[in-house]
Design a protein around this ligand. Structure first.
Ligand code: 9HU
Length: 230
């Protein structure tokens, strides 16, 4: 029997402004900090212990993890970061708010994007300063791995190797893991663990700052999951 804990980072300053964030490295808002503190309190009071933790290359998830580790007096734990746990890349929509999106794209186009699993947003031009190839933290990625945009399907496809190559082997080895990540990258893990369809995962919304606790059998099949504080 294994336990795996997932936590989605709290509200970011661009969530506040209803801006597409994606790989833009904005920080948590004050509310987002408070959400992370509450999640940390639930984990501490729940008596959880971890052996390793994982997060993305983006500070809103990293800081959420730091707040949890600080509150649980676990700042000594090894932390692994990976681009594969990053939020979905929203391409040329990154930075746009609702009004700007509505001005540049038709309602039909926005409606199609909202409900699709495999339709990507408009891609970034590689010369665009928002393209990850200009950011030193992605220097280790192969050219083909640097996204210009991502559908939810693309996001899940690049998250899953991290599950199969990193998370699952550590869980099998008896490590109690905490993963602090993003709405869409966590959708990938939840889709796999719950055996969800493409349509089901497109409708799944993971609440921010609330620890999601999985109980897994010896073959890492889910025996159930619960949100703490429920
Ligand atoms: C709540 C909100 O204001 O959402 C925003 C924020 C910025 C632009 C558009 C909107 S919206 O009101 O059209 N709603 C809205 C719009 C969208 C999405 C979404 O989940 C959503 O709720 C997507 O997932 C989405 C995914 C991929 C491309 C575009 C969209 C998109 O355009």
């Amino acid at each position: 029997m294994h336990t795996l804990v997932l936590i989605r980072h709290g509200q970011s300053v661009w969530n506040l402004e209803n801006r597409f964030t994606g790989w833009t490295d904005v920080d948590l808002s004050h509310q987002g900090l408070a959400e992370a503190q509450e999640g940390a309190r639930l984990l501490k009071e729940g008596g959880f212990l971890f052996d390793r933790c994982h997060t993305s290359y983006l500070k809103r998830a990293i800081r959420t993890l730091w707040l949890v580790l600080e509150r649980m007096d676990l700042m000594w734990l090894p932390v692994e970061t990976s681009w594969r746990l990053n939020e979905r890349h929203y391409g040329a929509l990154q930075g746009l708010n609702k009004a700007e999106t509505a001005r540049q794209y038709s309602d039909e186009q926005v409606f199609q994007w909202r409900r699709s699993f495999d339709v990507p947003p408009p891609p970034l031009d590689p010369a665009d300063p928002r393209f990850p190839g200009h950011d030193p933290r992605y220097a280790g990625l192969a050219a083909a791995e640097l996204p210009r945009c991502e559908s939810l399907k693309d996001t899940i496809a690049r998250v899953m190797p991290y599950w199969h190559q990193v998370l699952a082997p550590q869980i099998r080895a008896g490590q109690r893991l905490l993963v602090a990540a993003h709405g869409n990258s966590l959708r990938g893990l939840v889709k796999y663990l719950d055996g969800m369809s493409d349509a089901e995962v497109s409708g799944l919304n993971i609440p921010t700052g609330v620890p999601l606790v999985y109980t897994l059998d010896a073959d890492l099949r889910s025996l159930g999951r619960r949100y703490m504080g429920d």
